[in-house]
Design a binder for this molecule. Structure first.
Ligand SMILES: [Zn+2]
Length: 122
């Protein structure tokens, strides 16, 4: 009772994902992280972890996961490039480099995002 509010740092998210992957139950993970089981399940859902469920709904959520493509851990940097780097889910992170004024990306990623014009200038 009266537990201090725990903040979800990237490390804790990672730990959650790891324990989840190891097959621990929500309750077990909650005990390790010192949070409520509900909090663990909510975070797991947010992180798109493989929710253990019946095969039927598992297929449905697999399709859903495909949609939720890139979901980096943590919040996007308030300032700094929002480009998502990395490939395996546990490596996703925001670039965070200084942004071009008025844009959400740094100069390099802004270029990377706008480069796909059909007609490349000679
Ligand atoms: Zn960037």
């Amino acid at each position: 009772m009266g537990k201090p509010v725990t903040s979800w740092t990237p490390e804790r998210y990672r730990e959650l994902a790891r324990l989840w992957d190891d097959g621990l139950t929500g309750g077990e993970i909650a005990a390790r992280l010192g949070v409520s089981r509900n909090a663990v399940l909510a975070k797991a859902r947010r992180l798109n972890l493989k929710i253990r469920e019946s095969p039927l709904t598992a297929a449905a959520s697999a399709a859903r996961r495909k949609h939720a493509e890139r979901r980096p851990e943590g919040k996007p940097p308030p300032e700094g490039c929002r480009y998502v780097l990395g490939d395996p889910p546990e490596r996703w992170r925001y670039c965070g480099a200084p942004r071009v004024a008025g844009r959400s990306y740094c100069a390099a990623h802004l270029r990377a995002c706008t480069r796909r014009e059909p007609h490349a200038a000679p």
